[in-house]
Design a binder for this molecule. Structure first.
Ligand SMILES: [Zn+2]
Length: 96
């Protein structure tokens, strides 16, 4: 059993959040306290983080495809790959 260091609520392991304080200490907190401290709802925070991760994967995939196109198909296809990469990046950051 874990306990929120801010309000003292008993937390299940899965509900306990680890929050880094400004002095670098890690503390166990509950979701409502997370929202109070950071000003961001935890689910929104987790969603954004997940989204950012997917964007990185998508962009990395496009970069790899671009390099492949450059090597295998020549500069024209490589150029198309770059355009695609930028489009994916812009779309992903707008969707957030
Ligand atoms: Zn709390």
């Amino acid at each position: 059993m874990l306990k929120c260091e801010h309000c003292g609520t008993i937390l299940e392991e899965k509900d306990a959040l680890r929050h880094k304080t400004e002095d670098g200490r890690e503390e166990i907190i509950c979701k409502p306290c997370f929202q109070k401290i950071t000003g961001v709802d935890y689910d929104t925070f987790a969603f954004r983080r997940e989204n950012a991760k997917q964007t990185i994967f998508a962009v990395l995939f496009c970069v790899a495809a671009t390099i492949y196109a450059f090597v295998e198909k020549g500069p024209l296809w490589g150029g198309l790959g770059i355009v695609l990469t930028i489009a994916v990046y812009l779309f992903a950051s707008k969707a957030r």
